[in-house]
Write a protein that binds this ligand. Structure first.
Ligand code: CP
Length: 351
């Protein structure tokens, strides 16, 4: 692994190694105090964050390294119009690893083309959030012993929720996973992920109601309706508050259900669920720090490598208005094949 852009880039063996190290770090944190001694992480957060930014910062500090960056691009020369490419060329000269979150889909992939050091995708718009997935899988493995064979309910904004997109990609690496995709029709899972699940023989059903399926679940992964991704505010108004998990609704759930949420929550999990032993979302956020320590222990210690020159593009290559190619016109016109369909290699939108 050189970058972490999409969880699908990770082999099952790489994940197993990553988890094993996270487990070791949790059990023996004192053995890892100098793992990143002298290493520097650059955290570029073009979008707000609490968990991802702070857990990456504390992960690096706990490994003996240090961190610089921004939590608001207005405090950098991005505000003067500096391109993503130039920003990455600069900071990859100063840092050993780059952690970046942006509102543009495919931005981390774009950054990886120009960086001398590993790039970690800390969330690219409504597309992917692979390090949240490392937190999610660590949580399930620590608390259930195994990820195989689970019935997983994904509930909420499955169209814009990047955490569920990455989680689906990741669960293809495990055996006998069944999905219940619980979303209003307007916020259903993108078609390319439906195709992905079919191609990987991952059974799924799409439903609009949460309560009828709760008794069948081993994991219930709640998500926020992602207000910041809606172009039409009325669409948000129609869908906000559509799912609210309460303690009463958990009455028919399995004793060993895991109620997960990438957080932040708005109103989709009532506060009275927090004290139910099945509610593990705050533990999940803490496990995320250890998973990110494991990731940094590997990536921040990789040698610098100047990337090969890339073709210069001349405009957007896809019609997704949120794709990074819409704003960074020099990006090469990269295409990838998803289940027989030509797609933008940055944001996965069909071309
Ligand atoms: N789960 C997650 O990405 O949270 P933040 O947006 O606070 O980083």
């Amino acid at each position: 692994m050189r970058h972490l852009i999409d969880f699908g880039d990770l082999s099952r063996q790489e994940w197993d190694e990553l988890y094993a190290r996270a487990d070791q770090i949790m059990n023996h944190p004192e053995a890892y105090l100098d793992t990143c001694h002298g290493k520097v992480s650059c955290n570029l957060f073009y979008e707000p964050s609490t968990r991802t930014n702070f857990s990456f910062q504390t992960a690096m500090l706990r490994l003996g390294g240090s961190v610089f960056g921004f939590a608001d691009p207005k405090s950098s020369s991005v505000a003067k119009g500096e391109s993503l490419k130039d920003t990455i060329k600069m900071v990859s000269g100063y840092a050993d690893v780059i952690v970046m979150r942006t509102p543009w889909e495919g931005a981390a992939k774009a950054a990886s083309l120009y960086s001398d050091v590993p790039v970690i995708n800390a969330g690219d718009g409504g597309h992917m959030h692979p390090t949240q997935t490392t937190a999610d899988l660590t949580t399930i493995t620590r608390l259930r012993g195994s990820v195989d064979g689970l019935s997983v309910g994904l509930c909420g904004d499955l169209k814009n929720g990047r955490t569920v997109h990455s989680l689906i990609k990741a669960l293809a690496k495990f055996k006998d996973i069944r999905f219940f995709l619980i979303a209003p029709r307007e916020l259903a899972i993108p078609e390319y992920l439906r195709q992905f699940m079919r191609e990987h023989d991952m059974p799924f059903v799409e439903v609009t109601g949460l309560e009828p399926v709760i008794p069948q679940l081993d994991v219930l992964y709640m998500t926020r309706i992602q207000r910041e991704r809606f172009i039409d505010p009325l669409e948000y108004e129609r869908n906000k508050g559509i799912y609210v998990l309460t303690r009463a609704k958990l009455a028919r759930a399995r004793e060993n259900l895991l109620v997960m949420h990438p957080l932040p929550r708005v109103d989709e999990i009532a506060v009275d669920v927090d004290d139910d032993p099945r509610a593990v979302y705050f533990q999940q956020a803490r496990f995320g720090m250890f998973a990110r320590m494991s990731l940094l222990a590997d990536l921040a210690n990789q040698p610098r490598l100047t990337p090969a020159p890339v073709e210069i593009g001349h405009g957007p290559i896809c019609h997704n208005p949120n794709c990074i190619t819409q704003t960074e016109h020099y990006l090469p016109p990269l295409v990838k094949n998803n289940s027989g369909v030509d797609c933008c290699a940055f944001c996965d939108a069909p071309l």
